[in-house]
Design a protein around this ligand. Structure first.
Ligand code: ADP
Ligand code: ADP
Length: 226
């Protein structure tokens, strides 16, 4: 059970730019929230504040009723997947997926169990001994997803995870990610500039423009279907 609450959250960058203002949102357990809006509207900034990768200038963010403004990223129990995969090129898929758990001193047998289970779920079992260099974009993105889910985080964050994939693969991965989220039941926040992606994946959509929320609602409520 994980809930997230943004209370009047804002971001002012060091150069004085007010990138996010008055951001208010309550996320329920197991929701799939999508932030959507044009490039530069503050989606990534908001996600990064939730992840702890960016200081929160104004307001508070709480995870399970605990304010996390001063909690380090490591202690927020969040896993994040990026557009560029951010895999370690010199490590095998197995090592990439095991790395975070090793740092947390998880017992070897437990690491092995979780990595194999995640690999099975993502259909990448036969890639475990390969290095990311030799893999396609879709395969790399699955490994990045695997690396995130082995940690069994409270919150799952994705920032434009499909933007580097070709159109066909993007459509396929959309439904794979949706299924994965439903299967795991993990509270998820997903950032995209793609309305179709938002519509097909979200339980609720947050539409942003110039740093402020324009609308919040289920896909049917925020977009007119033909
Ligand atoms: P989005 O994810 O919606 O594309 P971002 O959150 O990346 O938008 O950026 C929001 C705005 O903040 C943009 O105008 C961007 O140029 C600006 N911005 C992002 N990072 C910084 C930074 N480190 N310093 C100053 N401005 C920034
Ligand atoms: P996005 O794909 O989210 O639009 P960008 O290309 O805008 O990403 O930003 C990439 C990186 O550059 C981010 O770390 C962001 O914080 C930083 N950045 C973006 N805009 C600015 C800016 N105006 N000043 C300083 N850093 C910025």
């Amino acid at each position: 059970m994980t809930t997230i609450k943004f209370d009047n959250v804002g971001k002012i960058y060091e150069d004085g730019y007010h990138a996010v203002e008055n951001f208010n949102l309550e996320i329920q357990d197991n929701e799939f929230i999508v932030f959507v809006g044009p490039s530069g509207c503050g989606k990534s900034t908001t996600l990064r504040m939730l992840a702890g990768l960016e200081d929160i200038s104004e307001g508070t963010i709480a995870i399970d009723d605990q304010v996390v403004n001063n909690v380090t990223p490591k202690n927020r129990d969040i896993a994040m997947v990026f557009q560029n995969y951010a895999l370690y090129p010199h490590m095998t898929v197995y090592e990439n997926m095991a790395f975070g758990l090793k740092l947390k001193k998880t017992p070897k047998a437990e690491i092995d169990r979780r990595v194999k289970e995640a690999a099975e779920l993502l259909g990448i079992t036969d890639l475990l001994k390969k290095k990311p260099k030799a893999m396609s974009g879709g395969q790399r993105q699955r490994v990045a997803l695997g690396r995130a889910i082995v940690r069994q985080p409270k919150v799952f964050l994705m920032d434009e995870p499909l933007s580097n994939l070709d159109a066909k693969l993007r459509v396929q991965m959309r439904s794979e990610i949706s299924k994965l989220q439903q299967r795991l039941g993990v509270t998820t926040v997903y950032v995209t500039h793609d309305q179709t992606e938002a519509m097909t994946m979200a339980s609720r959509i947050v539409i942003m423009k110039k740093g402020v929320i324009q609308q919040i609602g289920a896909p049917k409520e925020v977009y007119d279907f033909p």
